[in-house]
Design a protein. Structure first.
Length: 480
């Protein structure tokens, strides 16, 4: 019986090897492949190349696609078509194209339940294994857009965000629950109500106009609003989801995503204390129900865009913050969409999400407080900026803000294959949005467990990522 099991395992491994792209170590020169006229691409620690003539796989590189995401997020079909990869990088054999898949892969779901969009493989393409993406390269022609006074105010805001204060806010958030258990699970009604009440009280104490944005399933995002001096540009959103997992039982969710939600509160408090008066309107958003599928941020982003294809903040007839909030929040969505029909007559057509100038933009924070032990110590503390390359405005402000406030103490990497967090809701709507997430997030061992607690938090990393986002928010919003 044992011999049969061993033979079965060997045959299974041989079968798998036949259906995998051949590979060599990345340190090996691909010159021999070029001489043989074979295409190649680097996939993490090795190079995959055109299959042998007797292979069942296609010899054409156009028949291969890649994506990033957890193995567990792959459908059965994708697992069967996976022919290469490394870590969270997957290469699929799709000779009939990505559209031939019977089930469309999820990009808008919780982090380890989604994958990035499928992209066609290219000759000589170099792909990371997702532990450490390429370091973001700063633009030499960058300008913050702030005056000297604005730069000084930014410095004051950022300097006020001390490690002690940030950790204290995070600690307070993780203690929330239903009165018996620490949790912010969307499925725990009492815990969710207590969390929403806490967030409301915090924003009110800071002096912000605010409201709730309620979905049909009664999940509530908490929205605070800082009125800008101009309505010719889109709003700037600083957002993070507040819900945690596991869905049942103890779920302190310190890293995922108490770290992001507490950062939103801390930055909002700093803006309030420093009496920041932005040019562009700022929305501080604590999104509901990210864990079951980005539900809160999808609701918010969808309300930013009307059926007519325009931002419905564009149709506001006055500068009253409460009135504008009513248009974003509960009870007025349908009325607002009806008002959009008059927008074409009053101001001409606009592209989706645009308010005369810039479109809405968003800074999203999710899992920003854990330091991976897998990363080379020479890289120090690492944050990954995840978004499509076309979100260049937001990406550059984040990177330049970190350079100004963190120097070389925080390494910034960039992945242009986004998936699995609230930034996807904005990107799908055509708005620039960037996710800040600690490096090598896939390796976090306490993801969605009851042990995701304060002991896992790296205070130094957390502080630097928060400071980066605070500075970027100042630069995106501008100062009056």
């Amino acid at each position: 019986m044992m011999l049969i099991r061993v033979l079965t395992a060997i045959l299974a491994n041989l079968a798998e090897a036949v259906t995998q792209l051949p590979k060599i170590h990345a340190s090996a020169p691909p010159a021999s492949l070029v001489q043989q006229g074979k295409w190649w691409a680097q996939a993490g620690s090795h190079i995959v190349h055109a299959p042998h003539e007797d292979s069942e796989l296609s010899p054409h590189i156009k028949d291969y696609y890649y994506a990033y995401g957890s193995h567990g997020a792959l459908t059965k079909e994708l697992k069967e078509k996976r022919v290469g990869g490394d870590g969270r990088l997957h290469i699929f054999h799709l000779p009939e194209g990505a559209s031939s898949l019977a089930e469309e892969p999820k990009t808008q779901a919780a982090r380890r339940e989604a994958i990035s969009a499928l992209i066609q493989l290219e000759h000589k393409l170099v792909l990371s294994d997702a532990k450490l993406f390429p370091v973001y390269q700063l633009s030499r022609s960058y300008e913050s857009g702030l005056s000297q006074a604005g730069q000084a105010l930014e410095n004051q805001v950022v300097e006020s965000l001390s490690e002690e204060k940030l950790y204290s806010q995070l600690e307070a958030l993780t203690k929330l629950g239903d009165g018996k258990t620490m949790t912010r699970s969307y499925s725990n009604t009492d815990a969710t109500e207590n969390t929403v009440k806490y967030l409301e009280d915090q924003f009110k104490d800071m002096g912000y106009h605010m409201c709730l944005e309620t979905r049909k399933d009664k999940q509530k995002s908490v929205i605070a609003y800082l009125e800008g001096t101009t309505n010719t540009d889109g709003i700037v959103v600083l957002g993070a989801h507040y819900d945690s997992r596991p869905f049942e039982g103890l779920a302190p969710g310190a890293v995922d995503n108490g770290s992001g939600a507490a950062a939103v509160l801390s930055i909002a408090r700093a803006f309030s204390k420093m009496q920041v008066k932005p040019k562009r309107t700022i929305v501080f958003a604590a999104f509901a129900a990210e864990e079951p599928g980005l539900l809160g941020s999808q609701e918010f982003a969808s309300r930013l865009v009307s059926n007519a294809g325009s931002s419905f903040l564009e149709s506001r007839a006055d500068n009253n913050a409460d009135s504008a909030l009513n248009r974003i929040c509960d009870g007025n969505a349908q009325l607002l969409l009806q008002q959009e029909s008059g927008l074409q007559q009053n101001g001409g057509s606009m592209r989706k999400g645009q308010r005369g100038g810039k479109k809405h933009e968003a800074l999203i924070m999710d899992e920003i407080a854990w330091k991976s032990t897998n990363l080379d110590d020479s890289k120090g503390l690492v944050v990954n900026l995840e978004s499509y390359d076309w979100a260049s405005d937001v990406l550059e402000h984040l990177a330049q803000s970190s350079a100004a406030h963190n120097g070389n103490d925080l390494t910034l990497t960039h992945s242009s294959n986004p998936f699995g967090s609230d930034h996807m809701s904005f990107l799908s709507a055509g708005f620039q949005a960037v996710l800040s997430i600690h490096g090598d997030d896939e390796a976090y061992p306490f993801y969605h467990t009851s042990d995701d607690d304060l002991k896992q938090v790296n205070k130094t990393l957390y502080t630097k990522i928060v400071k980066m986002n605070a500075g970027a928010l100042m630069r995106l919003a501008g100062t009056a």
